[in-house]
Design a protein around this ligand. Sequence first.
Ligand SMILES: [Fe+2]
Length: 357
Amino acid sequence: MEAQPKQTPERSAYYAKIGESNLAPLWEVLRGLIRKEPQSAALPVLWRYDEIRPYILQAGKLITAKEAERRVLVLENPGLRGKSQITNSLYAGLQLILPGEVAPAHRHSQSALRFIVEGHGAYTAVDGEKTLMEPGDFVITPSWTWHDHGNDSKEPMVWMDGLDIPIVAAFDAQFAEGYPDERQPATRPIGDSLARYGSGLMPVGYETRVKTSPVFNYPYSRTREALEQMRKAEAWDPCHGLKLRYVNPVDGGWAMPTIGTFMQLLPKGFTSVPYRSTDGTVFSVVEGKGKTVVTGHDGGKITFSWGPRDTFVVPSWLWHTHETDGDAVLFSFSDRPAQDKLGLWREMRGNQANGKG
Ligand SMILES: [Fe+2]
């Protein structure tokens, strides 16, 4: 693009004058609006669970889940400080529920995922069905569904929340509502939706208008087993190892309309080929240890040494590679379904020559 236009007294006076009529010169801002390629303000960041866990538990002494409504420490990207965002399009946080607590029922337009990090047996209830949660489980609360959380176990539970808050805000399309009671009544037994829709089967005549998967808990035990079985064929992708995406069994599409969710297995001693894509991605380490090297817009490299329960984010269009010590399993999520639907998503693999993906 051409150089920035010069400032002259005549032009400045003109800009001030037309500003009174709510007009502005595009040529003064064009280079920032239409860029050659993504240049996210979000930064690559790692949150080590061992370092932040004491703060999460401290919050449990400062405020109850009921008073807080949701007792969450926002994973705030330092490049987007004050915006409650982990990437330009997504929110993430770590939520704590102590034994005996309830996070009261409500619903909202934003879709939410829970990825369980610590604890056993606390529950999320969605539209009358409870699910008990275990580490590595991926749980959905679809847009505009009543949901509450509770912990009837004897230990704290922590999970990562991922929501499309900035996407919904960009459309000014959000609604929210509190439920009259703290908990919603159970109208279906535990495990009902997984049995009906998550077993490679579907009730005959089932039809839906909602955009989200009817399976709202994808248990880690099943996901892990699938990866373990797949490794026997050793079809490792040079960028991703063995990477699966969570699907909506109704149409094979994404499990959530705005957020894509993935689980990948990287084998011992794996070094991935450099990769980048337009969907800034949040990773949560389930098993194993390794390193992720991210190259910033300035060409500088940052290395994250991660282990179980750590969270890190790779912003849009930054080259990165993963290296593992032993086997490693990574959960991740991004706004890829939203970009796909709008025809915006692109990727580039280091083993492609000048590819546009
Ligand atoms: Fe909520």
